[in-house]
Write a protein that binds this ligand. Structure first.
Ligand code: NAD
Ligand code: IPM
Ligand code: MN
Length: 354
């Protein structure tokens, strides 16, 4: 029996509510399979912890996490703690310090999911976003000069390294080759005359090694428009950290909503643990009511199973989500249902067992 050590940071708001269902689903898959099992260790890190200790995680938090095979994260952020503190010191710190440079976010319209686009068929929205996840606009570098004076200046630096661009773009080309899909790069070189010119150049350079991969290169403004007007144009998409953040919320909106959007933060070399999470936040507007949709977190559990080599379980979980959506019972309010978070999780497990 293979056992996996998984660190769980359920975090804030609806984070613990959706993570509970995610763990239930993972345990159910392990039991049904019989060949693997999970040892989950939960860490109470997040905004409550910050208010008590002044830190989002203990000083040796990264050392602790390093021992695990993977990390599951719920959500981080609370109205009582500034977002730039809570997110930079926990979620973004883990992504960066564990060199999880690939943020892999499926934008796939499952059968039965709500789509606000009048003309889109499920099979027409089927993309995988590869978002650069370690540098770019999220470098966290900059300066704040003369604060509070009329001369006040802030500088927010973007950092695009050759190594950083090459590795994420190469990962995307490899995936496109493997899956025989087209690859679209999204950038903005008409306005960002250093970073995005560099990005485009590297995209073209690496492309010469992949003559079999059909590519497209779009400006981010046009890409946003095409995602709504003609989503079938996109298969694999590679883009920078900030553009990927924004476009995947748009992707979530056209593929069933934030309650269905998941993401994997991967360190492909497996030198450090990778981290799996729903892409939504702590949703303070619905936290504590037991009505959050757990399916995004459950989808991220399927990404964990893929990552550990149990792709057939990954697929079974997605199939169970699709069945749940098609049947329409046991859905949470964001999907037009009246079920509680736990009822939705339980129904999914029944489908998995069926
Ligand atoms: P959000 O994703 O928390 O919520 C946006 C909207 O989507 C809200 O109306 C919310 O109710 C709804 N929603 C989100 N997840 C849902 C779910 N599972 N089921 C049903 N409805 C859901 O984004 P926000 O309001 O911009 O941010 C709230 C806090 O979360 C902020 O502190 C923000 O910084 C943080 N945040 C954290 C993460 C993360 O931890 N990965 C991601 C995004 C935002
Ligand atoms: C996401 C989130 C984070 C990001 C925030 C909370 C820092 O929006 O995972 O999409 O911007 O990456
Ligand atoms: Mn986001």
């Amino acid at each position: 029996m293979k056992r996996y050590k998984i660190a769980v940071i359920a975090g804030d708001g609806i984070g613990p509510e959706v993570t509970r269902e995610e763990l239930k689903v993972l345990n159910a898959a392990a039991e049904l399979d019989g060949g693997f099992a999970f040892d989950f260790t939960e860490y109470p890190w997040g905004c409550e912890y910050y208010l008590q200790t002044g830190r989002m995680m203990p000083e040796d938090g990264m050392e602790i996490l390093k021992q695990y095979d993977a990390i599951l994260l719920g959500a981080v952020g609370s109205p009582g703690v500034p977002d730039h503190v809570s997110l930079r010191e926990l979620l973004l710190r883990i992504r960066r310090d564990f060199d999880e440079y690939i943020n892999l976010r499926p934008v796939k319209l499952l059968k039965g999911a709500n789509c606000p686009l009048k003309y889109a068929k499920p099979e027409e929205i089927d993309m995988i976003f590869i978002r650069e996840n370690s540098e770019g606009e999220y470098s966290g570098q900059g300066a704040w000069l003369y604060p509070g004076t009329p001369r006040e200046i802030v500088i927010q630096d973007s950092v695009f390294s050759r190594a950083g661009c090459e590795r994420v773009i190469r990962y995307a080309y490899e995936l496109a080759r493997k899956e025989k899909k087209t690859l679209t790069s999204v950038s903005k070189a008409n306005a960002l005359n250093y970073s995005m010119v560099f990005w485009d150049r590297i995209f073209a350079e690496i492309g010469r090694e992949y003559p079999d991969v059909k590519t497209d290169s779009l400006l981010v403004d046009a890409a946003s428009m095409f995602m709504v007007k003609n989503p079938k144009r996109f298969q694999i998409v590679v883009t920078s950290n900030l553009f990927g953040d924004i476009l995947t919320d748009l992707g979530a909106a056209i593929a069933g909503g934030m309650g269905l959007a998941a993401g994997a933060n991967l360190n492909p070399e497996r030198e450090f643990p990778s981290m799996f999470e729903p892409i939504h936040g702590s949703a303070p507007d619905i936290a504590g009511q037991g009505i959050a949709n757990p399916l995004a977190a459950v989808w991220s559990a399927s990404q964990l199973l893929d990552f550990l080599g149990y792709e057939s379980w990954g697929r079974k979980i997605i199939a169970a989500i699709e069945k749940l959506l098609t049947r329409g019972e046991f859905l949470t309010p964001d999907q037009g249902g009246t079920a509680k978070t736990s009822e939705c999780g339980d129904a999914l497990i029944s489908l998995l067992k069926a």
